[in-house]
Design a protein around this ligand. Structure first.
Ligand SMILES: [Fe+2]
Ligand SMILES: [Fe+2]
Length: 149
């Protein structure tokens, strides 16, 4: 796996970019009026996003919380609550896509993307560097778990 040489910060930052790219494909299909492609790209984006959130919540955040002792309201607490906001929007978008309301899908997507951009900036500039430092010794084990997702 090519991700094997990446640091923690690089691994998750690259995954942010992959999610961004999937969303750009949804928008491109929407602009071209290709509804079936849009729906298919939406499903890819949705699964990539939810996978990313799970990799953080189930593997990296707990490892960081344990190693740093920041369990009761530290940076991961804020990140988790932002993930819940994202999941709420993703669920609404999913309902819009299922109902064939593609304008609504893209409108909600604009809101989601704003949320994601602010969230990712905090992670990439603050949380990932901190976690990378705290988890240096554990990174290869953590990476093995992440690759299974
Ligand atoms: Fe996150
Ligand atoms: Fe993230």
């Amino acid at each position: 796996m090519s991700d094997a040489s990446l640091s923690l910060k690089e691994f998750f930052t690259h995954d942010h970019r992959r999610c961004d790219e999937r969303w750009a494909e949804v928008e491109a299909a929407a602009q071209a009026g290709e509804r079936e492609v849009e729906k298919e790209k939406w499903r890819e984006f949705q699964s990539q996003m939810l996978r990313h959130l799970r990799m953080e919540e189930e593997v990296m955040f707990p490892a960081f919380e344990q190693a740093s002792g920041m369990t009761g309201g530290g940076p991961t607490f804020v990140m988790r609550s932002e993930h819940e906001q994202m999941r709420g929007l993703i669920a609404q978008m999913s309902a819009a896509a299922d109902g064939g309301d593609y304008d609504e899908l893209v409108d909600l997507g604009d809101t989601l993307l704003m949320l994601i951009q602010q969230h990712n900036q905090k992670e990439e500039q603050m949380l990932y560097p901190m976690a990378e430092q705290t988890l240096t010794a554990d990174w290869s084990k953590i990476r093995e778990k992440l690759i299974e997702y």
